[in-house]
Design a protein around this ligand. Structure first.
Ligand code: CMC
Length: 429
């Protein structure tokens, strides 16, 4: 399997040979499995140096700003493909033939409606509930509706669950929004495209149809596409970990949604807009930049920096172009928050602190701006990220389940008290 090895010298013990494996791209990995027999674990908080699995789906080179899905660069996919085609690519490893794509789009379209009983779930939430809180609940609740497809060892069941998830996510997302503003749910319209349908369910009302602009529909599709997968990020790893116990796909995706919600991950696009609103005026930018640089201040500039991209985020490049297109179409180039965003972007690209720490505007910086311009409330931003990331979560879950896998069970470096006896009543005085 491997002819390369690393030799680890251990004080007082015999050196151990650890096999090294090479992928098709990216760093080699050292198989540390043999350490356990020597009474040793590896220590890697935040998994910054740990490959948790083997995968064929997505490759990232953070240093060079490369993101490939099944080998195809993200900028080419954004230009020449669309979200559902990328979804197929992530699930199948190849682009679909024309008839395959048509049949797939048809299939997804036929599953966009949710069970009518689902409405009752929504009624149980407070109107001011965060839509991500609602999504965690209702996506997990899908498992209560589809008993027929919960056998994860059955390939057909996995396939139908995957299609149901991808089809129903926008419907559930739009329902979460409508519920929060007290408007009736809008049913999907099957003659509309995926992103178009989402905007229709978000903004139509029974008394007025919403005419979806092709530029905005395309921008929304691109936002979904750019978020479709990002290899072993926190939410995808969560989905894999939850799935490794044999749990059902709806529950696993709900776990992924929870992980995505945090401001260090998917919640950043919402946090960007909150931050821009807090800054409030271009004249206060320097004050916030100083806070971001201050080691004693926990404040960070949201939408800047990335765990893996230390040069530039290739998705941010595409998103920036889309932002210009959308703002142009909507005539919003003079919006005060956008002026703050533009100035911050400029500072990050020129300021020594940001350059030295390789903190560039990330995908969420620009997606937040586009979504705001489209009239989407900030609380929905992370929900939209979740809709976009669903194909990636499913692809990774399916890849794991279709191959031999182990339950995920990390180890620890224990630093608590050593064993001691429970005090007797006399000791307690
Ligand atoms: N503003 C100011 N300083 C920062 C920022 C920031 N946004 N991000 C990192 N730093 C500093 C940090 O203080 C540290 O400084 P020092 O070396 O002096 O201690 C250094 O840069 C490295 O930071 P880190 O936390 O060790 O870096 P990381 O790779 O673990 O964190 C990150 C990556 C994305 C969590 C972080 O950059 C961050 O919190 N960014 C803001 C939140 C954000 O925009 N998240 C969305 C990421 S893109 C969407 C996604 O894929 O989920």
């Amino acid at each position: 399997m491997s002819d390369k090895k690393a030799t680890l010298g251990l004080e007082g013990k015999e050196a151990i040979d650890l096999p090294i494996y090479s992928g098709t791209l990216g760093p080699d990995v050292v198989d540390v499995g043999a350490l356990t027999a020597q009474g040793l674990f590896t220590y890697d908080p935040g998994f910054v140096s740990t490959a948790s699995c083997e995968s064929k789906i997505t490759f990232i080179d953070g240093g060079k700003g490369i993101l490939l899905h099944a080998g195809y660069p993200i900028d080419q996919l954004a230009e020449k493909s669309d979200f559902l085609e990328v979804c197929w690519l992530l699930w199948n490893g190849e682009l679909p033939a024309e008839e395959e794509k048509e049949a797939f789009v048809q299939r997804v379209t036929k599953h966009t409606m949710v069970h009518d009983q689902m409405n009752n779930f929504f009624q149980g939430f407070r109107r001011d509930a965060h839509p991500m809180a609602i999504m965690c609940g209702v996506v997990g609740a899908l498992s209560a509706f589809y008993h027929d497809s919960l056998d994860i060892t059955n390939e057909k069941a996995r396939d139908i669950s995957a299609v149901r998830l991808i089809a129903k996510m926008p419907t559930l997302a739009a329902m979460a929004y409508k519920y929060s503003i007290g408007e009736p749910f809008v049913y999907p319209r099957n003659e509309l495209g995926y992103a178009e349908n989402f905007l229709h369910m978000m903004f139509s009302t029974p008394c007025e149809d919403y005419k979806v602009s092709p530029t905005l529909a395309k921008a929304m599709d691109t936002i979904f596409l750019l978020h479709a997968d990002h290899e072993q990020n926190a939410s995808t790893s969560t989905v894999r970990l939850a799935g490794s116990t044999g749990s059902n796909p709806f529950g696993c995706i709900s776990a992924g949604i929870t992980a995505l919600w945090g401001p260090s991950h998917g919640g950043a696009n919402e946090a960007v807009l909150d931050m821009l609103a807090e800054i409030g005026d271009v004249s206060r930018i320097d004050e916030f930049v100083a806070k971001a640089k201050d080691k004693n201040d926990p404040f960070r500039l949201m939408g800047f920096g990335h765990r893996v991209y230390k040069n530039f985020d290739p998705r941010a490049k595409v998103m920036k172009e889309k932002a210009d297109e959308v703002l142009g179409e909507l005539g919003l180039t003079n919006d005060p928050l956008l002026a703050i965003a533009k100035r911050l972007e400029q500072i990050a690209l020129e300021d020594e602190y940001f350059i030295e720490k390789k903190l560039y505007p990330n995908v969420d910086f620009y997606s937040g701006i586009i979504l705001k311009a489209m009239g989407i409330p900030t609380s929905m931003f992370t929900v939209i990220f979740a809709v976009g990331r669903t194909p990636g979560w499913i692809a990774h879950w399916n890849e794991m389940i279709s191959n031999p896998y182990k339950i995920g069970r990390p180890r620890q470096l224990y630093t608590g008290p050593t064993q001691r006896d429970f005090p007797s009543s006399e000791d307690q005085g």
